[in-house]
Design a protein around this ligand. Structure first.
Ligand SMILES: [Zn+2]
Length: 259
């Protein structure tokens, strides 16, 4: 499941393959932009904003993509056969590399000057150079009746957290996922843990929140429902919360995160 760390790394990989090179092929396989053609333009850079990717090209255009639940960018040497079937939503290639956007949840093309229209609603980016913890706390606290579990996934509060980090952050701060934001004294700590976790994992191929990269010990609670809590030995619980269809799963320890 792509969360902020994966999107950050994806931007870096796209940058290594595309930045400063002239596009020799651009193939938008989405109806809205089926006739768009960026051939002959240089790619300037790809940046991540929360879970959004912005690929800026010469001439003031930005390709806006989002991985959603199962999307990825697959990069391979130019001329290699792209992934088969209808899974590719966008293909960008230069003389050396091709980047295939597979199962992307969103593909859009817009003037670079209009980027704020698509990412302006986002809260502070946990992996952004402009990360602003005070602003993240302010936004989280603005709606005190919302559960912390839902507030952490709301990208308008802070950008980059998905269901996995939500579970890990709440475990590490000992907070019951359904506690209202207004009843949490130390939101600064929650925000600080969130940023430290994403930052520590931004260059790693697999996520580790425990400090122990061994399989089955790398995450505190996510993926461990029904198994013993790594800290207290109690059984890890699972449930659902919120209305987001694909990020409803919440996993927590009843002892370490008491109601
Ligand atoms: Zn526990």
């Amino acid at each position: 499941m792509p969360e902020g760390d994966v999107v950050y790394r994806t931007a870096r990989r796209l940058g290594l393959a595309l930045d400063g090179r002239i596009l020799t092929r651009s193939d938008f396989r989405v109806p809205r932009h089926a006739t768009a053609d960026l051939t002959g333009r240089a790619v300037l850079e790809t940046v991540s904003r929360g879970k959004h990717l912005l690929t800026r090209v010469d001439g003031g255009l930005t390709v806006h993509t989002h991985l959603r639940m199962e999307g990825s960018w697959q990069i391979s040497p130019a001329g290699r056969r792209p992934p088969p079937g209808d899974v590719v939503r966008l293909l960008l290639a230069n003389a050396e590399w091709q980047a295939a956007g597979v199962r992307l949840g969103m593909v859009d093309l817009l003037p670079t000057g209009h980027e704020e229209r698509v990412v302006g609603h986002l809260g502070p980016d946990l992996l952004g150079t402009d990360w602003d913890p005070e602003e993240a706390v302010r936004r989280l606290a603005a709606d005190p009746g919302v559960t912390i579990g839902e507030a952490l996934l709301d990208q308008r509060n802070l950008a980059g957290i998905g269901a996995i980090y939500r579970a890990e952050i709440l475990f590490l701060t000992g907070i019951w996922p359904w506690r209202p934001v207004g009843a949490i004294e130390d939101l600064e700590k929650v925000v600080g843990v969130a940023q430290r976790l994403l930052h520590a994992n931004r260059e790693r191929p697999s996520r580790v929140t425990t400090g122990d990269a061994r399989p089955g010990r790398d995450l505190w609670v996510y993926g461990r429902a029904g198994r013993p809590c790594l800290r207290c030995g109690g059984r890890v619980s699972r449930g659902e919360m919120g209305t987001r269809q694909q990020e409803r799963l919440i996993v927590w320890c009843r002892r370490c995160q008491p109601e």
